[in-house]
Design a protein around this ligand. Structure first.
Ligand code: SF4
Ligand code: F3S
Length: 491
């Protein structure tokens, strides 16, 4: 394959699962572009299709093999297919056994090998399966093609030392590996230099950061160090583990101006008995204690969570305990999951699996309680003036009023009245209406054009004069980044 031929090859990466995978996919795109590939135009069949898989959901494998089946003819016609991520790490050689037209299988620890494996598969005309048992190169040292001009994920650790009984992540991502602070801060500075104004620090267990190099206070220190980076306006993180949550982190959040008053902290269950069965080492009282200390230090903090309903052995009393914690915590948002068996986890073979219809009924009740709380909490925002970082996304098609959309500092989704602003700019507006899952801010107070907006504009490859508000439809939908699901929460 000549360099010219190589440079014309196109790729597509399809991503499943958590933010760690989303971020890995940015690296896969970066690696492929470094190797001369270009992203396939929307809707066009690529020369290389990469599946970055997740193993969390029941039937994840059926879905993958279904997708691979659909591409069998395309593979015969010359498309190369690569499968990576957590399901690849789990199924290993099984993938090429069931779908021999797959060219490359790579794991969570060797994403950097993808371009070489693709080339080797082409030359040798043979499937390449390469998986490693542990991480040798921290993936952040690999090239990255960032999805957003104004917001970025920054991985500070990968892997997890816990053993939650419903979770497959430690088996697939390995023990926690921590990057060094200087390395992380260097990456953030480089991002800011490119126009990024918001970073989300990412780790399966973000607040145990430092365990590998023996500094229990490393996470709080890292937050404070982010405060010293000029031009970095918003710092978020996901996801902390309640068992490891310490007061120095609360102090760092409260005292560092660019660390947002937003906390996403998985609860999973409000029943101590179920938390024990889940092997989650905190109890409801500890969880609620953290929440009340966060609220004392930052009364404006928006707190969100993840909850699993119907874990094996969960009784009505256990479920009521979850509802109690939910009522007391007053979450701005909750990601709720109906427990389903995840093969390979200890919980999969526990007795007393809760019947699906019971899980569903509890889930509906939980949603009802949480929606009411979220709406009431959002209503407290009306009349407030918020700074909205405008995001890129899809238009709001059901609304005659053209609006821009973005995130408030506390990460609430806000639709603001149309203004001369680009993704990455900041619109200050008064909240005029609250819905359960978003706010509307129709009174615009000001627009701040930012370096991030400039960076977004530069990416569009158009002269500045041609752009302004030329966003077509009002934006809504997928503001990036959305600190919603890390490996920890979805599992
Ligand atoms: Fe680790 Fe989170 Fe999985 Fe528990 S749920 S094992 S803390 S990744
Ligand atoms: Fe892996 Fe994330 Fe899924 S760590 S199993 S891709 S939730």
């Amino acid at each position: 394959m000549t360099a010219t031929e190589e440079s014309t090859r196109t790729y597509e990466v399809r991503t499943y699962g958590c933010q760690m995978n989303v971020h890995d996919s940015e690296r896969l795109s970066g690696l492929l572009e470094d190797a001369g590939y270009v992203r396939a135009p929307e809707g066009a069949a690529p020369d290389v299709m990469v599946f970055n898989t997740c193993a969390v959901r029941e039937n994840a494998d059926n879905r993958l093999y279904g997708n691979l089946g659909h591409l069998r003819q395309a593979a015969r016609d010359g498309m190369q297919i690569a499968v990576g991520g957590c399901l690849a790490q789990k199924d290993q050689g099984e993938i090429v056994r069931r779908a021999p037209w797959v060219d490359v299988v790579f794991g969570t620890h060797n994403i950097g090998s993808l371009p070489v494996l693709l080339e080797r598969a082409r030359i040798e005309q043979e499937s390449q399966v390469e998986l490693e048992e542990s991480l040798t190169v921290f993936p952040s040292t690999l090239p990255t093609k960032r999805e957003s001009a104004y917001a970025a994920w920054v991985a500070i650790s990968v892997g997890c030392n816990n053993t939650c009984t419903f979770c497959i992540v430690p088996a697939l991502r390995g023990k926690e590996k921590d990057r060094r602070p200087g390395d992380i801060l260097g990456e953030i500075q480089a991002l800011v230099d490119q126009g990024v104004m918001e970073v989300t620090l990412l780790g399966q267990n973000v607040n145990t950061y430092g365990v590998e190099f023996g500094d229990r206070l490393a996470f709080g220190k890292l937050l404070r160090a982010c405060g010293d980076i000029d031009g970095l306006e918003r710092v978020r993180f996901t996801s902390p583990h309640p068992a490891a949550f310490t007061d120095d982190v609360i102090a760092a959040m409260a005292e560092t101006p660019n660390v947002m008053h937003q906390l996403h902290m998985p609860l999973q269950s409000g029943s101590d008995r179920i938390l024990k069965a889940m092997r989650r080492s905190y109890r409801a009282e500890k969880y609620l204690g953290i929440i009340s200390r966060v609220r004392a230090a930052m009364p404006d903090a928006a707190i969100s969570t993840d909850i699993i309903v119907g874990f094996p052995g969960e009784t009505e009393d256990d479920f009521q305990a979850t509802l109690d914690v939910v009522r007391e915590s007053r979450f701005a948002n909750a990601f709720t999951f109906q427990y389903s068996i995840r093969p390979g986890t200890p919980a999969a073979t526990m007795p007393d699996q809760v019947p699906k219809e019971v899980v569903r009924e509890r889930y509906d009740r939980l949603i009802e309680v949480q929606e009411e709380i979220a709406w009431a909490e959002n209503k407290t925002q009306t009349g407030r003036v918020v700074e909205v970082l405008i995001a890129e996304g899809e238009g709001r098609k059901d609304d005659a009023t053209r609006r821009l959309s973005g995130r408030a500092p506390d990460n609430r989704l806000v639709h603001v009245a149309w203004a001369d602003a680009r993704p990455g700019d900041v619109v200050t507006a008064e909240v005029t209406y609250a819905a359960p899952h978003h706010l509307v801010a129709d009174t615009v107070v000001g627009v701040r054009r930012t370096r991030s907006g400039d960076a977004w504009e530069a990416r569009q490859g158009r002269p500045a004069a041609a752009k302004g508000v030329d966003l077509g439809m009002p934006t809504i939908g997928r503001p990036a980044p959305l600190p919603v699901v890390s490996g920890c929460e979805v599992s």
